[in-house]
Structure formats: C-alpha cells, structure tokens
Design a protein around this ligand. Sequence first.
Ligand SMILES: CC(=O)N[C@H]1[C@@H](OP(=O)(O)OP(=O)(O)OC[C@H]2O[C@@H](n3ccc(=O)[nH]c3=O)[C@H](O)[C@@H]2O)O[C@H](CO)[C@@H](O)[C@@H]1O
Ligand SMILES: C=C(OP(=O)(O)O)C(=O)O
Length: 435
Amino acid sequence: MEKIIVHGGNRLTGVVHIEGAKNAVLPILAASILASDGITHLANVPVLSDVYTMNKVLRFLNLKVDFNEGKREVTIDATKQVSSEAPFEYVSKMRASIVVMGPLLARLGHARVALPGGCAIGTRPIDLHLKGLEALGARIEQHDGYIEAFADRLQGTHIYLDFPSVGATQNIMMAACLAEGTTVIDNVAREPEIVDLANILNKMGANVRGAGTETLRIDGVAKMHGAEHSVVQDRIEAGTFMVGAAVTHGNVLIKDGIVEHNKLLISKMQEMGVQVTEEPDGIRVIGPEHLEATDVKTLPYPGFPTDMQPQMTVLQLAAGGTSTMTETVFENRFMHLEELRRMNAQYQVNGRTVVMHGPTDFNGAEVAATDLRAAAALVLAGLIADGYTQVTNLKYLDRGYYDFHKKLAALGAEIKRVSVPDNDAVVLKNSHVNN
Ligand SMILES: CC(=O)N[C@H]1[C@@H](OP(=O)(O)OP(=O)(O)OC[C@H]2O[C@@H](n3ccc(=O)[nH]c3=O)[C@H](O)[C@@H]2O)O[C@H](CO)[C@@H](O)[C@@H]1O
Ligand SMILES: C=C(OP(=O)(O)O)C(=O)O
C-alpha cells in the first residue's frame, strides 16, 4: 500500500508547472478512432493512470498507440481494421471510456461497450448519450451489461440535451462528425475540454462550430484523418494548487495558468481575501493571514466546477465564520467531509448543501481517499494540519494528478510518498496521535 505523509505548517512558495488536462485528453484519445487515414500526434499528454487505461482500451480496439511519457507525447495509428467492442474489464476501471461509443458507431456502424455504472460520487447514468445517438438514427440495445448500438450511416438532426452533460456532448459530437448532413445540438456542455475536443476534430477534417457556446453545429464529413494537437492545460490541477497556495498563506505562480478557465474559482477566492493576479507567465496566488467565509454552488461550466468542490471546502473550512457549499452536479460528492471530520472539521450536511464552521484547527490524522478530488482535498488539509496526516487510497489521486507530492514538496511542503506492507502501521511523530 502507498501513502502520502504530510506534516502541516509550511507555506507553499514558488512556481508550479501544470500538466495537460485529463478531462481533455481522454475524449481526444477516443476521437483518434475516427482517423481512418494518417497518424494522430498528441503533445502535452499527462502521465496519469486514466491515460494508461484509455490507451489500453484503444489497443484492445486494434489501434496502435505509443506513449512517450518523457516527452508527454502519444502517437496513434487507427488506419487498420478497428474492432467495435470495449469490454467491461476496461470500462469498469474508468467510466470515461464510454466516450469511445460515438466514434466507434460513426466509423464502423456498430459499437458494443460495457455499461460504465456509477462511482463514489454518484449514479452517473448515460441516458443522454444514448438519446442523442438514437436521435442520429442509431438502434440501441442493452443486454448482458453491455450497450450495443447499430447504424448504417448516422443522419444529422436537431438534438436538445436536457442537461449540458460533458460526456454526452462529447459522444454525440464525435458521432455527428461522420453523420450524413448537419447536426445541431442545443444546451451542450461549454467546458474548455469541449472546445479542445472540437479543435482537434476540426484539425482531423471535421466541421464543428460553436464549441464553448450553448449550441454546436456539426456538418458531417465522409472521412477523417490524423492530426497534431497539444492538449489544453488542466484547469482543475491548476485550481488545486491555487487552493494550496491560498490555504497555506503561500505565494505561488501557476505557470501559464489560464484565468479565463478558472474565473468562478478566482472570484470566490478573491471574495475570501486571496490575492489572485494575472501575470505575463501565469496566475499568481497569495494567501492572506485570515480567510473570509463564502458561499459556493457548483454548476456546469462556466459555473463553479464540481471537480474543485472538495478542494474548495478545505479553503472554506479554514476560513473564519460560516461558509456553505451546494453541490448541484453530483448527488454524492461530500464523502471527503467525513474524513475531514476526523481532522477536526465542523459541519452539517442538509441535502445538497453543507454548512461549514471555521476557522478549523485541522489535526493530522489517518484518512482514506474515496475518489480523485477527495484525495487532493485531504492532502491540502494535511498541509495546514497540526502534526502528521497520512492519506491512503492513492490510486484515486493517480487518476488525475502527476507527481502531486513532488510538486508540493518543490513548493516547500513537508511531504513524502511511501510504500508500506498492507498490514504494517507507520509510526508517526504526531502529538495528537501519541497523546
Ligand atoms: C472524464 C471527464 O471529463 N469527466 C468529467 C465529466 O464527467 P461526465 O461527462 O461523466 O459528467 P456529466 O456532465 O455527463 O454529468 C453531470 C451530471 O449529469 C448526469 N448525467 C450525465 C449523463 C447522462 O446521460 N445522464 C445524466 O443524468 C450525471 O449523473 C451527473 O449528475 O464532467 C463532470 C462534470 O463537470 C466532471 O465532474 C468530470 O470530471
Ligand atoms: C470526477 C472526475 O473524473 P471522472 O469523470 O473521470 O470520474 C474528476 O476528474 O474529478
């Protein structure tokens, strides 16, 4: 078992480099299925376990995938016969593999993909993905835990999404690229990762307009080819380090940080007294001595991102007074709070809202991550806790953060990652544990 052990109390200072976005590269890797001609070259690919999983899915589908981790580059050859089945073994590891469905269906007229199921943060149905593909003319069947979709050639149409789902938008837009005629999709997701996907699709020969707005218009083309693309910066990794700087009273430059992508986070942090300024080479975050309370509600982009919610609650708990967080995107994304309670957090959950009472004197404790962003939040709390915090279940952290502990150590945190036999206790010099 691996653990991160952090000793709280150090300010974060310096410069941090941010990787390419997990949530952009996963659908982009799936998009490479559409290239029946030529090679796709991706740069700024983050070295994450989710990327390895998506690469395995693509290899299973008979694509040739080479990942040069040192250079952060992936090349994909999808010109050979592509297979149409993504089995449970992979899809169960990572829900995002469902986005191979649209490209497979569009290219092959058939896709058989294991049902992804839910995860710790919610039930996560895919009804909107399927409704969209059906509207494009696909026949959908569900049996033995698999979704199977068939279509001779998809037909362009007008689709209204009941909710701006990120995954549904991606699946439907990729399917529509090779459909006959024009597809208009209303109420789509507007995340920067959608814009990044549209950008590479267009480089691959597709005709997608409106990415970043509520309506996408896609004129179908007969064939697509490989392209070169550099993945957009990870706004959630950037936001996580911004919170780290703020909560430790630190002073950190998020190298090449994109203000536009984190507007709501920045405005909430400023409301709390954090200094956030745009500089020529990135975003500088300076944490105040005393943080003010604030109320936050998660919403689809450009609203406050649910993927920053757990990290933000650590900042709110550190602030003086009563703060609230309302989670509207996922129904079960407060599991990190139970672990933070073990570190002395005081709060009540009322339905989708948590009411937090700060400032919290966090105590170091042994805590377990329940999901990806929960893992990051627990490490952030450890940075300001009295004594030692041990965070386990790091497989979640590795889905979305590359060398998280090393980047924090480079900014001045006292932190290390250790490997211990499963039944061995690590003895810590922690006054709270020992007393
Ligand atoms: C790989 C990736 O990019 N993951 C992101 C993506 O996930 P993902 O694409 O799964 O998120 P969605 O936007 O689809 O889901 C948002 C909400 O809509 C619901 N829903 C979604 C589809 C559907 O067919 N029916 C339905 O009810 C979900 O259960 C959830 O409650 O967007 C989320 C919301 O910003 C982020 O938290 C995830 O990090
Ligand atoms: C919820 C997340 O990812 P996924 O949709 O891949 O589970 C996330 O990145 O916080």
